[in-house]
Ligand binder design. Structure first.
Ligand SMILES: NC(=O)c1ccc[n+]([C@@H]2O[C@H](COP(=O)([O-])OP(=O)(O)OC[C@H]3O[C@@H](n4cnc5c(N)ncnc54)[C@H](OP(=O)(O)O)[C@@H]3O)[C@@H](O)[C@H]2O)c1
Length: 241
């Protein structure tokens, strides 16, 4: 059985990914706070910014997966948040901590648990972290978000080397999905310009119909996963495809 586990499968890129893999008869599991109406997807309601919930729910999911005959397995760490937009001195401590927890700490914890769980499996195993061009380009007003994505890229590169040198290693990569028409983009466009100097660029991209659709991005990520298009440790911007 081909398995995919997707965080943040209730909206945006994650929802399109869940639909894509389900349409290809994968067994699809998603983890998000909300449960949506979607066919052939097992949804787990969990707040991925709450550490104890993350551990409990993911252990329960892995226990479930133990019962299956797995022929390939992919974990896609996709759930993410921008957090409040504005200069760092205007962010609250809680908001900073929540963004780092969701965008960086939780993917690290899930990756660790996933790699440990799949150690004995000799089938195809992939770990895809959904990162962002913001990992390498500083945007004023997004300091926490940019940092959370830069950290996930370094994490990807480091565990990729570890896995390269491990028996039955997992292939690990970070993907930048481009600018995609989701709630996250709507949040960006609704920010006052005083808090985000690059606002007009994102308004223009939307008005000029230059945003990627979630379906397109899901199709590309599915192809990268299933057709082995990238090497272990790749940090890849899908705009370069
Ligand atoms: N859209 C873009 O232009 C763009 C560009 C570069 C990178 N990205 C990255 O792509 C990924 C997906 O972004 P998107 O644009 O699809 O965002 P989105 O439409 O806002 O969807 C975010 C997803 O994450 C889930 N999520 C948020 N907070 C959560 C929490 N505390 N616990 C569990 N799940 C949570 C949401 O589900 P619930 O609300 O149901 O919990 C939702 O399914 C993110 O990592 C983002 O950084 C996006």
């Amino acid at each position: 059985m081909n398995i995919v586990v997707i965080t943040g499968g209730s909206k945006g890129i994650g929802k399109a990914l869940a639909k894509m893999y389900a349409s290809k008869h994968y067994k699809v599991y998603t983890l998000s706070r909300s449960i949506i109406n979607i066919q052939n997807v097992t949804q787990i309601a969990v707040d991925l910014s709450e550490f104890s919930e993350v551990k409990t729910q993911f252990y329960m999911l892995l226990d479930e997966l133990k019962k299956l005959t797995i022929t390939s397995i992919t974990l896609i760490n996709n759930a993410g948040r921008l957090g409040s937009i504005g200069n760092i001195e205007n962010s609250t401590p809680d908001d900073i901590a929540k963004t780092i927890q969701l965008n960086t700490t939780t993917p690290m914890v899930l990756s660790s648990m996933f790699i440990n769980f799949t150690k004995q499996l000799t089938c195809k195993k992939q770990l895809i972290n959904i990162s962002s061009g913001a990992a390498v380009k500083p945007y004023e007003g997004w300091s926490v978000y940019c940092t959370s994505k830069a950290a996930i890229d370094m994490f990807t590169k480091t565990i990729a080397i570890e896995q390269e040198n491990s028996k039955n290693g997992v292939k690990c990569m970070s993907l930048y999905p481009g600018v995609v028409d989701t709630c996250m983009q709507a949040q960006i466009r609704n920010t006052p310009e005083s808090d985000f100097k690059n606002l007009q660029r994102f308004i223009d991209l939307k008005e000029n119909d230059q945003l990627y659709t979630t379906d397109y991005v899901a199709e590309v990520i599915y192809k990268i996963d299933t057709e082995n298009l990238l090497p272990n440790g790749a940090i890849f911007d899908i705009r370069n495809l």
